[in-house]
Design a binder for this molecule. Sequence first.
Ligand code: PRP
Ligand code: URA
Length: 212
Amino acid sequence: MKEYKNVTIIDHPLIRHKVAILRNKETGTKEFRELVEEITTLLTYECFKDIPTKKVMVMTPLERTEQTMVVENSIAVIPVLRAGLGMVNGVHTLFPTARVGHIGLYRDESTLEAKQYYCKLPDGIEDKVAIVLDPMLATGGSAVAAIDLLKEQGCKNIRLMNIIAAPYGVETVAKAHPDVQIYISTLDRCLNENGYILPGLGDAGDRLFGTK
Ligand code: PRP
Ligand code: URA
């Protein structure tokens, strides 16, 4: 398999196991939603490895000790609507105070171009580590559009978290935004003629929200 410098694949038997169930077309909406959350929590553990921390003094029952804590206001997660919404609780499980911004994008079904319809970001986003959440990285159009928008707002430290990515999308993001590291559980084979990831899992938004 070709290696990509901008991608960290978080390869773990538990993640592989959950992704296998996620892909299965027999997996229903409730289980699909739970799996997206659980996989996101596992990805978060790795993606947040070098987030800003500070030294604090803590009084144990026995003595004062210097400890390390996360700078709470330093992180924002940005789900790309709709499917990115399914990942938010997975981050909050480990880091409940992460601020949440929303970017609404949909792929035009004929051109596959990402169209923006909504954007609401936390105050001070330019100084935070911004982590874009979307289960699927296919052509990369949606990810590039979301990252463009965050950079227009002054963000300098941006990461992208996907559950499944296609090589084409990874290369598109690397070309447009070489400074953005992508955290994924699985790099799939390719895209089909309709821009769907193979083997993939189908339409993540529809499977999360039961719209088809
Ligand atoms: C899906 C997915 C990504 C996008 C990926 O969203 O959640 O946002 O497609 O494809 P790309 O890499 O080719 O841009 P979709 O446009 O289907 O919208 P939805 O989440 O509202 O269903
Ligand atoms: N969006 C999805 O939800 N699935 C794909 O395979 C590609 C884009």
